[in-house]
Design a protein around this ligand. Structure first.
Ligand code: ZN
Length: 281
């Protein structure tokens, strides 16, 4: 299933793509794409619906974030060998984890807001994992049972805030609009192999990232297992699994975003995003 949320910010309704690619309104059946709705039992109820009986959605001019009430937005750093190399970092022995503020979450095509005093705003196309059933100390073998599905993420990053201002990476990852997710939450059954998905990103039509989840160092199964040893994962939590090469920081000389640019990105089977960059008010 391809699940999504549509409507104005804060007033999104849950929807689902039908066989013709039209959005059907799910709001008579689920309150939102959040919490228990994302568990295996919750998704089964949606899967049992006859989509042709659901009303066609109206007010779909804006697609919202594909998941609501996300409690944790956990990111994995330097998780592609070729990206680690371009940033001059060593290949990590264990996954590097950092948090992105959940207030950064926006719709897939909302503007990316360049923060005040930013000099180094950058892009990162990433595979997102959405947790379904709670995961605590799960084995690698059981890990995928806790995954509701996958989504496209742009892990927008401010490199100076991230690495030159002291402390952890969180400061450079958390500005409003630094977490576009969607357009769809694609349920796990529709993604045959999450470790074999093409991914790409362009800025103003120029190709910047062209990769595949094949070159991930730590795959989805391992990451869910690994992270669940340190914290419980709850329905609606998101894991952003790292970016392939081609970020602005890795170019010689580095290239960063300014207002008025158009970012497009996509992952095979998970849809596309288009964002316009604007300056913070
Ligand atoms: Zn990232």
């Amino acid at each position: 299933m391809k699940l999504l949320r549509y409507g104005q910010p804060g007033a999104e309704k849950p929807g689902i793509l039908d066989a013709d690619g039209k959005i059907r309104d799910l709001s008579a059946h689920v309150d939102d794409l959040a919490g228990g709705v994302l568990t295996a039992a919750g998704l089964q109820k949606i899967a049992a619906l006859d989509l042709t009986t659901l009303p066609l959605a109206t007010g779909t001019e804006r697609i919202g974030p594909c998941v609501a009430r996300t409690g944790k937005f956990i990111c994995v750093g330097l998780n592609y060998a070729d990206h680690a190399a371009e940033t001059g970092a060593k290949i990590p022995e264990e996954p590097i984890l950092f948090m992105k503020a959940t207030s950064a979450i926006t719709g897939p095509n909302d503007n990316v807001i360049i923060p005040r005093k930013s000099k180094k705003t950058d892009w990162e196309v990433e595979l997102g994992v959405v947790i379904g059933d709670e995961a605590r100390y799960v084995s690698e073998d059981d890990a995928m049972k806790h995954v509701a599905g996958f989504c496209l993420i742009n892990d927008v990053s401010e490199r100076e805030f991230q690495s030159e201002r002291g402390g952890q990476w969180t400061k450079g990852k958390s500005a409003d609009s630094f977490g576009p997710i969607g357009p769809w939450l694609v349920t796990r059954d529709e993604v045959a192999d999450p470790q074999n998905l093409k991914m790409w990103l362009t800025v103003d039509g120029v190709s910047r990232q062209n990769g595949s989840t094949k070159t991930m160092i730590f795959g989805v199964r391992f990451l869910v297992h690994y992270i669940s040893q340190f914290m419980s994962l709850q329905p609606g939590d998101i894991i952003s699994t790292g970016t392939p090469p081609g970020v602005g920081l890795g170019m010689k000389p580095p290239v960063f975003l300014h207002a008025g640019q158009t970012i497009r990105l996509g992952i095979e089977g998970l849809g596309e995003q288009t964002q316009l960059t604007v300056d913070a008010a």
